[in-house]
Design a protein around this ligand. Structure first.
Ligand SMILES: NC(=O)c1ccc[n+]([C@@H]2O[C@H](COP(=O)([O-])OP(=O)(O)OC[C@H]3O[C@@H](n4cnc5c(N)ncnc54)[C@H](OP(=O)(O)O)[C@@H]3O)[C@@H](O)[C@H]2O)c1
Length: 340
């Protein structure tokens, strides 16, 4: 089979195509024939490394993917053979990610994908949807689980509604019954956020963004799903309701400098979210709720739903990484079945 590997940190040109044996699943693993690998910023950031050496001699990049189980380990029910699955955290603390034709992976990381869901959707779930779920379930006054109606009465602001995590946050919050406001930087992205299901869209670069959000929700929003906490700090302090929460899932190069009195008078709660440290219970809740949202056909990808798809063949994984690093709009997917 074909796989993409890297043996040292660096630019995308450290990635190259190799031939490998199809792996054998260990007792608690399944073997998945991957159809698509989904690329996230975490994949190029891990590959580019900042210091030291990679933790394994050869690394196959990418955390997310989708495909079909073709074999199972001795501890796994053979009934799972033939199951369509989405794969998450494939390369977390492991050498083997999804930029390859087959992956052997712990059975719990290969989650059933209903017939109604495409492989494109499956390969777009892992990092974005689990992160979005965690951001939506951090509030003491918000729900710990997502299901239809669990966020009704709540107003959520999703910063960056045309981004991959933003898209998943809009769809999950909308499914859970929240009123969703999204911020964007252009008319095209406004259209994407609306197509994803945002009730209201505001351009955060315009001077009256806070005023517009206040006119939609005069009491302030309950929760902000935040991609750029430093740039948006001023806006957020103007539109968060007292005792509201900000879930911060992305970092920038600038430090976040808070005026304590302002945050204290809001009785604000800031929760940083780092996918890889979300505890097992919360992660299992995310997987279960995302599965329910899939069954309810509440999650989508593609231009019509506000997340255009950008495809690369496996042999062009370096270009796929580059595209995400260059802030591609939409979801970057790698076709893992046709290697060239
Ligand atoms: N902590 C975690 O576990 C975790 C998990 C997933 C992702 N992340 C990180 O989160 C970031 C986003 O990931 P992604 O996959 O969603 O990327 P993406 O698809 O590129 O989306 C990022 C979005 O943020 C928007 N944006 C940038 N600055 C903004 C601002 N000041 N206000 C509102 N929107 C803004 C961008 O559009 P405009 O620039 O046009 O506004 C873009 O639509 C990445 O840095 C990634 O590494 C972290």
């Amino acid at each position: 089979m074909h796989a993409i590997i890297y043996t040292e940190f660096g630019e995308s040109n450290v990635l190259h195509l190799v031939e490998r044996e199809v792996p054998l699943p260990q007792p608690n693993e399944v073997l998945v024939q991957l159809h698509l690998s989904g690329v996230n910023p975490t994949d190029w950031k891990s590959r580019s490394g900042s210091s030291g050496k990679p933790a394994f001699p050869e690394i196959v990049p990418n955390q997310d993917g989708a495909g079909v189980i073709t074999a199972v380990g001795s501890a796994i029910s053979p009934e799972r053979v033939g199951e369509r699955v989405w794969v998450y955290e494939a390369q977390h603390n492991r050498a083997d990610g999804t930029a390859q034709e087959y992956i052997a992976i712990n059975a719990k990381n290969a989650v059933e994908l209903p017939e109604s869901a495409s492989f494109e959707l499956g390969a777009s779930l892992g990092v974005p949807a689990i992160t979005a779920h965690r951001c939506l379930t951090i509030g003491e006054s918000g729900p710990a689980r997502l299901e239809a109606g669990s966020m009704s009465g709540q107003t959520i602001l999703v910063a960056g509604g045309a981004g991959a995590v933003g898209h998943a946050a809009i769809e999950l919050a909308r499914w859970a019954g929240a009123t969703v406001i999204a911020t964007v930087s252009s008319d095209q992205k406004a259209q994407y956020a609306r197509s994803a299901g945002a009730h209201h869209v505001v351009n955060y670069r315009e001077d009256d963004a806070a005023e517009k959000i206040r006119s939609i929700e005069p009491g302030g929003v309950d929760l902000i799903v935040e991609v750029s906490s430093v740039t948006n700090l001023d806006l957020n302090t103007q539109i968060l309701r007292p005792s509201g929460a900000i879930a911060i899932y992305a970092s920038g190069s600038e430090p976040l400098s808070l005026e304590i009195r302002t945050m204290m008078r809001l009785n604000a709660r800031l929760q940083f979210v780092y996918l890889y440290l979300v505890d097992d219970q919360a992660k299992a809740a995310a997987i279960a709720d995302i599965s329910d949202a899939l069954d309810a056909e509440a999650l989508h990808v593609g231009e019509d739903y506000g997340l255009p798809l950008v495809y690369f063949p496996l042999s062009k994984t370096a270009e796929a990484h580059q595209s995400v690093e260059n802030h591609a709009v939409g979801k970057v997917l790698i076709n893992t079945i046709e290697a060239h």
